[in-house]
Design a protein around this ligand. Structure first.
Ligand code: F6P
Length: 553
């Protein structure tokens, strides 16, 4: 047994689960009219309602005890102080420093990282603003109309998600595009209508070795050179964000256009760093500051608020409750704001790359379940796609619902329809519909009793399906920054409870290694035999169908 499952509070929670599992949330609400007030919290413009969860005050008390016994407060300090908590890579984890206040001091290896960050941010802002204000000119002296961010994973999903979320804050005559897939269709479709003389590329790659990004970067460079000019001239059309400046220089990028990302910034936590250059181009440096400000507010809340009123802690502990005691395997993220359409995808990497681990911090296999399968979709679209399973399926899928009180133009007809769904779905998932209610409903339509009895089993909703709702005033940069930071800290807390390192990602290495071997095998006409028969069969079929053509590179 692991240390975690041996804790007395773990057994207490198991016990409590056995007592509470058959209670219906509908009854909990009937018995306690104050439930919403007791189980909701606020930070800035965000209201977090977690009352529609399968909890009582006792549950929360036990979950907080669990967090205390896992030494969460100490871990929070270790995170903010820059301790080497990414133990497998011997690195600090300091994305919170990226949104610290300018005068703050966070010392790492004798250096105040906050000053370094401010210096780099000034450089990023200078380039970003120069592009936005048309001061920056391409080689033919034309202003930039299109910026293409080439990156993948954390060097793509964060900037993409934020840029989409903050569309109302972007300029109409400057488009920011994102290319991640090494499938040529992605870059070809993006470049098809662009003018190389007015296009600027940002090669975002912490390592500057990620195959997908480097293949796309090379295609962008060739496209530019082929259409406009020599390799030397790429300097006014390319920038790099990387911790590997040497490789960026070798690629041909001017020293002034190389922006630094430190090893203590994890890829999936990097949008606050120079990886946010595409965001600065899209929304401007002042709005980017607001994004940082929103995240900073959550950092302060996370660090200073007692665990029982600490929003990321509650979010995390509810996840632990369902994951480890209700045996829920999944978690749904359901934004109802269209501009958050990339949020579930972004969180998938943040959560699953962080907590999809089966070995604990001491190198032992865990004997409990860790990170859930996270999925999601715009709520309204999901209602007409997979909500059937949420309402009547055999699986428990805890869900987060995110919705705005004001949208850009706030057309009432749209917004009232939207919000009626937000409230209705959470209520329906919680209350369900009893057999008696379903029977009465059908009776009221004049349906014959035989038909009523035939349909009855299908028209009952079990309910008791947990949701938490995050209602925010409007999706502005500050609120978005706060929302992202809430989830970042939630992920961190869960990693602490599960005693795993949320900041490495060894699990992505094996596929990369095999791909590099297979990449070479695809380059000649020989039959492949070194893999299992399925992999050999697939590769050889592919090679027969598409023989190597030396003319095509
Ligand atoms: O494949 C995993 C990963 O290492 C992510 O963690 C990272 O965000 C992504 O690849 C991109 O890495 P890089 O920024 O070094 O190109």
């Amino acid at each position: 047994m692991s240390d975690l499952t041996e804790l007395a509070v773990w057994s207490a929670l198991k016990h409590h689960y056995a007592e509470i599992r058959h209670q219906h949330m509908r009854d909990m609400f009937n018995e306690d009219q104050q439930r919403f007030d007791r189980f909701s919290l606020r930070i800035n413009d965000i209201l977090y309602d977690y009352s529609k969860n399968h909890i009582t005050s006792e549950t929360l008390g036990l979950l907080v005890q669990l967090a205390e016994q896992a030494q969460l407060p100490r871990w929070i300090e270790r995170l903010f102080n820059g301790d080497l908590i990414n133990n497998t890579e011997r690195r600090a984890v300091l994305h919170t420093a990226l949104r610290a206040r300018a005068g703050d001091e966070i010392i790492l290896d004798g250096v105040n990282v906050v000053s370094e960050i401010s210096h780099e941010r000034l450089r990023v802002n200078r380039l970003g603003e120069a592009i936005r204000t048309r001061e920056w000119r391409g080689v033919t002296n034309q202003p930039i109309t299109d910026v293409v961010n080439i990156g993948i994973g954390g060097s793509h999903l964060g900037p993409l998600m934020v840029t989409e979320a903050l569309r109302p804050f972007t300029l109409h005559d400057l488009d920011v595009h994102f290319v991640s897939n090494v499938d040529e269709n992605h870059i070809n479709d993006t470049l098809e209508f662009l003018n190389p003389e007015t296009t600027f590329f940002i090669i975002s790659s912490k390592t500057f070795t990620t195959q997908d990004t480097m293949v796309n970067a090379e295609t962008a460079r060739q496209w530019y050179i082929h259409k406009v000019g020599s390799a030397e001239q790429i300097q006014r059309h390319f920038a790099a964000v990387t911790s590997n400046a040497r490789l960026a220089r070798e690629f041909g990028i001017a020293e002034d256009n190389i922006f630094k990302i430190w090893d203590w910034v994890g890829g999936r936590y990097s949008l606050w760093s120079a990886i946010g250059l595409a965001i600065v181009v899209a929304i401007g440096s002042r709005q980017f500051d607001q994004l940082l400000e929103g995240a900073h507010d959550v950092d302060v809340h996370f660090r200073q608020t007692p665990l029982e009123r600490n929003i990321p802690v509650i979010m995390a502990m509810l996840g632990i409750w369902y994951n480890n005691f209700f045996n829920a395997q999944t978690m749904a993220i359901l934004p109802y704001d269209q501009h958050l359409h990339c949020f579930p995808g972004y969180l998938q990497q943040a959560d699953m790359e962080s907590n999809g681990k089966c070995v604990d911090r001491s190198g032992r296999a865990v004997d409990y379940s860790t990170g859930p399968v996270l999925f999601g979709e715009i709520g309204i679209a999901a209602q007409h796609a997979f909500f059937q399973l949420l309402h009547q399926g055999t699986k428990l899928v805890p869900a987060d619902i995110l919705a705005p009180i004001y949208t850009v133009r706030c057309i009432q007809r749209h917004h009232r329809a939207l919000m009626s769904n937000v409230f209705a779905q959470a209520e329906a998932l919680m209350r369900g519909k009893t057999a008696e209610e379903a029977r009465q409903e059908m009776l009221a339509t004049g349906m014959e009793s035989a038909e009523i009895e035939r349909l009855l089993p299908y028209r009952v909703f079990p309910g008791n399906r947990p949701t938490s709702t995050l209602l925010f005033n409007t999706l502005d940069p500050k609120t978005l920054g706060s929302l992202i930071a809430l989830y970042e800290h939630k992920i961190f807390v869960q990693g602490v409870i599960w005693n795993i390192n949320s900041f490495d990602q060894w699990g992505v290495e094996l596929g990369k290694q095999l791909a590099s071997t297979i990449r070479q095998e695809l380059d000649d006409g020989r039959t492949v035999s070194g893999h299992d028969c399925s992999t050999n069969g697939l590769i050889n079929y592919y090679k027969r169908q598409r023989p190597v053509n030396r003319q095509q590179t």
